[in-house]
Design a protein around this ligand. Structure first.
Ligand SMILES: [Zn+2]
Length: 57
C-alpha cells in the first residue's frame, strides 16, 4: 500500500495563456493509465500532449 499523501509527482508545463504554468500530478504513484496525469487546478494531461518530467524514483 502507498503512504497517505504520496503522489505521482510528475510535472509538465501548461500554457493556458501567455504564461507557463507548472502542473504537478496529484494522483497516487503507479496510477493507471500511467501516461495520463492530473493537476488539481489545471486538470488532466497526457504525456502525448506535453513533455512530462518524472521525479527520481
Ligand atoms: Zn501522474
Amino acid at each position: 500500500m502507498s503512504e497517505p499523501g504520496e503522489r505521482c509527482g510528475a510535472t509538465a508545463v501548461f500554457w493556458p495563456d501567455d504564461e507557463a504554468c507548472e502542473a504537478e500530478c496529484i494522483l497516487p504513484p503507479g496510477h493507471d493509465p500511467a501516461d495520463v496525469h492530473e493537476d488539481e487546478i489545471l486538470g488532466q494531461w497526457s504525456e502525448d500532449e506535453l513533455p512530462t518530467r518524472h521525479p527520481a524514483a
